[in-house]
Design a protein around this ligand. Structure first.
Ligand SMILES: Cc1cc2nc3c(=O)[nH]c(=O)nc-3n(C[C@H](O)[C@H](O)[C@H](O)COP(=O)(O)OP(=O)(O)OC[C@H]3O[C@@H](n4cnc5c(N)ncnc54)[C@H](O)[C@@H]3O)c2cc1C
Length: 388
């Protein structure tokens, strides 16, 4: 067989695991492997909230991640020509280039939903650093303000969106704000982090036992849960809720969900009404020979139960590992495996040093917390980005 050019587009969690899996599985076929991404390094997206508390190491150099022999091209895809087996991308200077492929993997991920008003969406490292600056500024100002209402407002933060990302962000910022308050001579008890959640329950897919554990930890850390509340926007130092309520806040951080990368819709490939690429059960794009898609930009359905994968890192990594096998078998004309959804587990941090992990073992739910759970959480973050 002639040497195959395999191009993986997008070096997020799905893309880097796809590159590793392809390298590992392709034994019988000579190939050239290329990763295309506009970023100068891999971004550890699941840790964005760490940049909001001042941690700086959120990227990993491509050379530390990519297997030996993988080429990296810095650029952003903007169209595909499936009949010519060629894609077009722009480099960082805006110049267009063509790149031929035999196999193309699209893993261009998702973007954070836009928000109205003065708050911050936790969407990228720059935004996270801005959040850090604003919170620091508010706590500093609180040391000089005499008026008690204004002081309370400056020391109040709203995290909007009670998914895993919102929960992790609320705990981390709560810990950071209380520590910083103490450092500058403000009573940490005056800090208040509020988690504003549109639904009745946190962790709607979790068990009652897990929810209770989480609520206990929130109480212990003095994080205020405002459930069943829809936040509209931050305006003039107030968080406006749909029921007319106005909460005085210093700032707000929004973690209100992801949407597929809008570039999907300009590639000229079939996509679903939610903006995700249409795939078959082996991640092949419908009617597009040699093109596959995984991760947040792909609509992936388990053929055995009709369940659609969510936009999560753990699902993206499981798809990437299977994709290596699928491509290896497709190239030699053997039947390839089909997608299988992963088992539901929960693993999330509750500030530095604590976390909750829940999984079913022989049908019984096992919950791990405190230090051991925190170590497990750190391992999952590291595995997601190949960090030792
Ligand atoms: C703040 C936050 C916290 C999260 N926490 C968790 C968590 O705790 N657990 C969990 O399971 N999931 C979490 N997620 C979701 C998780 O990050 C995503 O599901 C996961 O990153 C999906 O991986 P991906 O590779 O498909 O997409 P992405 O990680 O979005 O990667 C896409 C890649 O494509 C590149 N790209 C973009 N456009 C182009 C283009 N035009 N051409 C070429 N390359 C392009 C990007 O630079 C990026 O490298 C979180 C998400 C956020 C935003």
């Amino acid at each position: 067989m002639t040497r195959q050019t395999i191009v993986v587009v997008g070096g997020g969690h799905a893309g880097i695991h796809a590159v590793k899996a392809i390298q590992k599985r392709l034994k019988k076929v000579p190939f050239r492997l290329v990763l295309l991404d506009p970023q100068p390094a891999h971004v550890r997206k699941v840790l964005l909230f760490k940049a909001a508390v001042g941690e700086s190491e959120l990227t990993v150099p491509w050379s530390d991640i990519l297997p030996l022999g993988t080429e990296f091209i810095r650029g952003a895809i903007h169209s595909v020509n499936p009949s010519m087996k060629c894609l077009e991308y722009r480099d960082q200077y805006g110049t267009s280039h063509l790149l031929d492929y035999d196999v193309l993997v699209l893993a261009i991920g998702s973007v954070v939903r836009n928000i109205d008003g003065d708050g911050f969406a936790l969407s990228n490292i720059e935004n996270a650093r801005q959040i850090h600056g604003v919170i620091e500024g508010n706590i500093q100002r609180a040391t000089t303000v005499l008026e008690s209402h204004e002081k309370r407002r400056l020391l109040t933060l709203a995290v909007v969106g009670g998914g895993i990302s919102g929960i992790e962000t609320a705990f981390e910022l709560n810990q950071f704000m209380r520590t910083m308050a103490k450092t500058v001579g403000v009573d940490p008890e005056e800090v208040q982090v509020q988690l504003v959640h549109s639904r009745q329950n946190l962790l709607p897919d979790g068990t009652e036992k897990l929810r209770q554990k989480l609520l206990e930890k929130m109480n212990r850390n003095q994080i205020v849960l405002r459930n069943d509340k829809i936040a509209l926007k931050q305006e003039g130092g107030m968080l406006l809720l749909s029921n007319g309520e106005k909460i005085p806040i210093g700032t707000s951080v929004w973690t209100v969900g992801l949407q597929p990368n809008p570039v999907v819709q300009s590639l000229g490939l079939p996509f679903e009404s939610d903006g995700r690429l249409k795939t078959d059960p082996s991640y092949r794009i419908i009617d597009s020979e040699g093109i596959y898609s995984i991760g947040d930009c792909a609509n992936i359905v388990d053929p055995s139960n009709g369940k659609t994968d969510g936009m999560t890192c753990k699902e993206a990594i499981s798809q990437a590992n299977r994709l290596g096998k699928i491509i290896a078998l497709d190239l030699i004309g053997y039947p390839a495996p089909k997608h299988q959804s992963i088992r539901k587990t929960f693993c999330f941090s509750l500030g530095t040093g604590d976390a909750l992990v829940s999984a079913k073992v022989f049908g019984v739910e096992m919950i791990i917390e405190n230090k051991i759970a925190w170590i497990i959480r750190k391992i999952t973050w590291n595995l997601a980005s190949f960090v030792n």
